[in-house]
Write a protein that binds this ligand. Structure first.
Ligand SMILES: Nc1ncnc2c1ncn2[C@@H]1O[C@H](COP(=O)(O)OP(=O)(O)O)[C@@H](O)[C@H]1O
Ligand SMILES: C[C@@](O)(CCOP(=O)(O)O)CC(=O)O
Length: 455
């Protein structure tokens, strides 16, 4: 009897999305067990998963932002070692370090990638695909569009890692899409599993991440985050009443890689142990005090002459100075800081790994529109890019199936790989799949009252 090939996809195409983040206080120090505060941004990545008919045994990664268009035969992947009983990891495991044997087994499947950017993104995908799936996993096309600048300190890698972790766990059936009436405990457990595997993706891209970026990209809104012991889960407080801080976010357009800057700080700590230790302790104190201010009941970021807000401005300035001492600023970041001082709009610090990337300015309440306009014109003139974004939004979300009604008479439109890839620029990506439109469901925020999802 002839075997009839199935042409039916197991799952419908679906989309997942996760936000960028802004580290308000504590970058770098957080890698070295100190406190940090970070919030989700409204810039996001969108990963479309298009499952293939059962007889097509390939997976394809289309990451046009960094030029990846790569297909692998599922049956050629190193399943044997990933499935070996002494190596096998499960979706419910929380992994604190990559397995070097598994990393080595992936090498022959990554030879086509000539630079770190593409190789690490593809490695994160394969490491998660082989860990979470099995050799009978179905074929699919994974296409990614993002409105987050890459390598600019806004956590693009964490956002991608959260998308990969979520998409693969949904595909493997170990996560349910959020629904009305999902028990809070179940929601938190699912967020925890998404976050655990996103951390694995981050380790593939960053080498030594603290975990703050993926934690914010998973649960959204804002967190206080500290990891005093890498063998244990981090301390995370979810800042439910995080205020809408008035800020200016500016990109130097100077690209850099987080992994290199994190390594440079570790080197400085090795050669100036005591002094660098004091710098990190000082950053810890800054984050702790900022946390107290931000979470205090009478804090107001818009009230003129609010003494607590004045103190917060000073903490931003101090934190930047300490990061300069750690050697992670850049002349372009210093130029933005200088201009924001000249125009007297507030306090500026670098955000993320530094070495380029973005700065943010906490704006004083009494800044006049004309003052801002003059500054913004000057920044644009000097080649800097300003982002319109808001703080404290949603974490990871899903659109299942990837079908949208645009209200333009076309009825339900399926988001195909071709459509997803054809969107030009951030504006078209947002218009096509943006999280402000209909169809998205979120696992909601971390909820410390239900359980500490990271414990
Ligand atoms: N849109 C994207 N498509 C594919 N890979 C991405 C994308 N955004 C980020 N990445 C991955 O994350 C890396 C950037 O991470 P990193 O240097 O930590 O900067 P960031 O501060 O933006 O997180 C890229 O080199 C790439 O491997
Ligand atoms: C420098 C660091 O504190 C933040 C890095 O942020 P980003 O990758 O530059 O977005 C590293 C980390 O926390 O893993």
């Amino acid at each position: 009897m002839r075997h009839r090939k199935s042409t039916v996809s197991q799952l419908p195409p679906f989309l997942v999305s996760a936000p960028a983040k802004l580290i308000v206080f504590g970058e770098h120090a957080v890698v070295h067990k100190k406190a940090s505060i970070a919030a989700a941004l409204s810039l996001r990545s969108y990963l479309l998963v298009t499952p293939l008919p059962k007889h097509i045994r390939t997976i394809t990664l289309k990451f046009p932002d960094i030029g990846i268009d790569q297909t692998w035969n599922i049956d050629d992947l190193p399943w044997d070692i990933f499935q070996r009983t002494d190596k096998k990891q499960f979706y419910f495991n929380s992994i604190q370090q990559l397995d070097s044997d598994l990393e080595e087994a992936l090498e022959p499947h990554l030879f086509m990638f000539r630079d770190d950017k593409t190789k690490k993104a593809a490695k994160a995908f394969l490491y998660l695909y082989l860990s979470l799936g099995d050799k009978h996993s179905c074929g699919a096309v994974y296409s990614l569009r993002s409105t987050i600048p890459i390598g600019a300190g806004l956590g693009s890698s964490a956002s991608v890692s959260v998308c990969l972790s979520t998409a693969l766990q949904l595909q493997m059936g170990t996560l349910a899409t959020p629904f009305n009436g999902m028990k809070p405990h179940e929601t938190q457990l699912q967020l925890k599993r998404i976050n655990n595997w996103a951390f694995v993706g981050e380790m593939c891209i960053h080498n030594f991440p603290s975990g703050v970026d993926n934690t914010v990209a998973t649960g959204g809104k804002a967190v206080y985050f500290k990891r005093p012991n890498y063998q244990k889960p981090p301390q995370v407080k979810f800042l439910k009443n995080f205020p809408e801080l008035p800020l200016l976010l500016v990109n130097t357009r100077q690209s850099r890689a987080t992994s290199k800057l994190v390594a440079s700080v570790s080197k400085l700590i090795e050669s100036h142990e005591v002094i660098a230790g004091h710098l990190l302790d000082a950053i810890d104190k800054v984050s702790e005090e900022a946390n107290e201010i931000i979470t205090s009941e009478d804090f107001s970021p818009t009230q003129n002459n609010n003494p607590e807000f004045k103190r917060l401005l000073e903490l931003v300035r101090i934190n930047h100075g300490l990061l300069v001492s750690l050697g992670v600023s850049h002349p372009k970041l210093e130029r933005i800081r200088e201009l924001t001082d000249i125009y007297d709009v507030g306090a500026t610090k670098l955000t993320g790994a530094g070495g380029g990337g973005c700065s943010f300015t906490l704006l004083k309440p009494n800044v006049k529109p004309a003052q801002m306009e003059a500054l913004e014109a000057r920044l644009a003139e000097e080649g800097f890019e300003k982002y319109e974004t808001t703080l404290g939004g949603h974490g990871v979300g899903v659109m299942w199936p990837a079908v949208r009604n645009f209200g333009d008479g076309r009825g339900d439109v399926e988001i195909t790989t071709e459509l997803h890839l054809s969107a030009k620029g951030f504006g078209e990506v947002e218009a096509l799949v943006g999280s402000t439109g209909p169809g998205w469901r979120y696992w909601s925020e971390w909820d410390p009252d239900v359980l500490n999802p990271l414990s």
